[in-house]
Design a protein around this ligand. Sequence first.
Ligand SMILES: [Zn+2]
Length: 240
Amino acid sequence: MRGWGSVAVGMGLTFFSAVAAAGTVAIDVGHYLERPGAISAYGVTEFEYNHALAAVLAARLASEGVPVRLIGHRGEMADLRARPREAEAAGAGFFLSIHHDSVKEEHLRPWNWNGRALRHAEGFAGFSLFVSRLNPRLDESRACASAIGAALRRAGLAVATHHGVSSAGVERPLADEANGVYFYDNLVVLKTATVPAVLLEAGVIVNRDEERDLASAARRALTADAVLQGLQQCGVAIAP
Ligand SMILES: [Zn+2]
């Protein structure tokens, strides 16, 4: 009886519901070592950023007694479908994929830093969240994405506004504009999960200013705190 809503069923069920609702949260480290995702303005792979933030978030949730399962943290997971499968086999009741954002090719500009030819983009910053309408638990996914987005905003972070159209020109409709939540139906980890699933782009690592912030312990802690608050609010992470 892991799931949402059961807390409200009645006093007699409160204890069991709280235990059941505090199911394992799967934290998915986006990308893998062989194909590590975007390269940041300062030449760091997205996988490294995802890995670092996932570790901070896992520790934060665990410190509140929320069971956590890291997925893909060894950098080995090439098969996207295996990620939710592994999470669910481990008893996860919620799937959160951690990513860091880039921008379309045409917005990237060459620059040199420390002798390396790299690329960066000005004018793009902030977090965004994605849910898939092909996930069977869309309402819960969306509620949690909105709650996380609201908590990130309360923490002072800005919503990224550059995701309205994909690089292929496909529109990505907004699920919750104020809180930075978009529909991205074909994201494999979201649509193949059978538990509620959300993807977080924590910030834009090709923006030189935002990358410096994203690399800081303070920003990671602030993001982890906000995700915890969001998950508590949507009923996923309930303190024992
Ligand atoms: Zn990514």
